[in-house]
Design a protein. Structure first.
Length: 453
């Protein structure tokens, strides 16, 4: 069979070609399991009834459902703003002693939201302005009031609205404001978490969306007072704060992002069994700088695919990118149209849930391979990420497939858009395929025909 050229071959006949070989053995499963939670998203618009809820925006709802993240993290830094003035605000009169949750708005925000059925993490970003000491810290005289305030939200959402949200995340990036008071932050966290757990022992409470998860000393100080009350740990990860790095350096950073999971897990292991705790890299992107256009083109597509793969390989429960939509960081744009990165989530969630299997590339600085099989559905899939900066001639030796012959359906995200085709299993390791520069291609065994003798 000839090279798969329908959509993968370069439009330029002069483009240099790199030869890469690979091996995938579907009979050799690893200890990495890809669940419906693995490839999630932050949802900045979760709090706005006009977008996620009722009346809602149908384009938004349709395109989030197409990305199909199995875990949605409802997070927005404007959550504590005045609910009457800010579409994302959920608090009435936040700067007065009469601060309270806007239960009616919260009801509309959840009414009809994410009806395709993901699990939800509801983040409580901080506290109302009235409780703040002016430096981002909670006034000590309001510790009990804040605990009751959080409990009020749990009751509104799970008792009155009957939403049965099981995961509640406290704070986001508060290790920045509490840098020299991390033990105290741990005590605040533990007090609130204990109160939620007493109210409903079935709920999972975690946090704290660490801004600096690699600062072992600071995280350790927090854990020293909070470890018993953590059902999950969460953190942020941004590769860049500017536009100075090369594409290759960005992609290297994506491939290193899984190391944060190992650091956080190791820190916690000094206090308790890590098997009891979930781990979420729950706010990440290639840059924290809104002007970095690579978040919105195929450089970002490659970055996103690599980050999802390497965080999953590291054993995180979920990797939740910032964010589902928005003018700068969104997988959908600010009008909720699809950017190419949205296809990474659609393809990964549709094809890669299952057990990860052994895969190797002759040079993972050119092409990264990641493969899974799902014994329930009988599917065999893999993704090839071309990060070489050139076109690649890829030959993959497939092992461990059932006897027979068939073809992989291939869907590729490239600089030229989304295209699809197929490649015969028998030719995958012989003739191979051509991957254009910056291609992310997902292969799913689509028509396997068993031979009977």
């Amino acid at each position: 069979m000839k090279h798969l050229i329908l959509f993968l071959i370069s439009l330029s006949l002069c483009t240099a070609i790199v030869d890469v070989t690979g091996l995938i053995d579907w009979s050799n499963t690893t200890n990495v399991k890809i669940s419906r939670l693995s490839f999630g998203l932050d949802a900045f618009y979760c709090f706005d009834p006009a977008v996620a809820g009722t009346p809602g925006n149908q384009i938004y709802k349709t395109n989030v459902a197409l990305m199909n993240p199995g875990l949605i993290r409802c997070y927005n830094p404007e959550q504590m703003d005045d609910s009457k003035r800010n579409p994302n605000g959920w608090v009435m009169e936040p700067d007065t002693k009469n601060y309270r949750w806007d239960a009616e708005k919260i009801s509309r925000a959840f009414d009809g939201a994410y009806s395709y059925g993901p699990e939800i993490i509801l983040n409580i970003e901080g506290w109302p302005e009235f409780l703040d000491d002016g430096t981002g810290k909670l006034k000590t005289e309001f510790y009990d009031d804040y605990t009751n305030f959080v409990l009020d939200l749990v009751k509104i959402v799970n008792v009155h609205l009957k939403k049965n949200i099981t995961r509640w995340e406290l704070f986001s990036g508060k290790d920045e404001e509490y840098s020299i008071l991390m033990e105290e932050l741990g005590r605040i966290y533990a007090t609130v978490a204990s109160a939620i757990r007493k109210f409903d022992p079935k709920l999972k409470i975690g946090g704290i969306g660490f801004q600096y998860p690699e600062n072992i000393v600071k995280v350790d100080q927090f854990l020293s007072t909070a470890f018993q009350d953590l059902d999950f740990m969460s953190w942020k990860y941004f590769s860049e704060s500017g536009n100075s790095s090369t594409n290759a350096a960005l992609w290297d950073s994506a491939m290193k992002s899984g190391t944060v999971t190992a650091i956080v897990r190791s820190n916690l292991s000094k206090y308790r069994a890590t098997s009891e705790v979930e781990f979420f890299q729950d706010e990440w992107n290639l840059s924290s700088d809104p002007s970095d256009i690579r978040m919105r083109n195929n450089i970002g597509v490659v970055y996103d695919a690599l980050a999802l793969i390497y965080v999953a390989r590291a054993g995180a429960t979920s990797s939740l990118a910032r964010s589902e939509a928005g003018i700068n960081f969104g997988k959908l744009d600010n009008n909720f149209g699809r950017r190419d990165s949205s296809w990474v989530w659609e393809l990964f969630n549709a094809n890669l849930v299952g057990n990860a299997v052994y895969s190797s590339s002759s040079n993972d600085r050119d092409v990264v391979l990641f493969a899974t099989k799902n014994t329930t559905s009988g599917s065999y899939s893999f993704v090839a990420v071309n990060r070489s900066g050139q076109d690649v001639n890829l030959k993959v030796t497939p092992k461990g497939l059932p006897e027979g012959r068939g073809s992989f359906k291939v869907t590729a995200i490239t600089d030229h858009g989304i295209s699809s085709g197929s490649v015969n299993v028998a030719s995958l390791g012989t003739t191979g395929i051509r991957l254009v520069t910056n291609a992310v291609a997902v292969f799913a065994l689509s028509s396997y025909c068993l031979l009977y003798t």
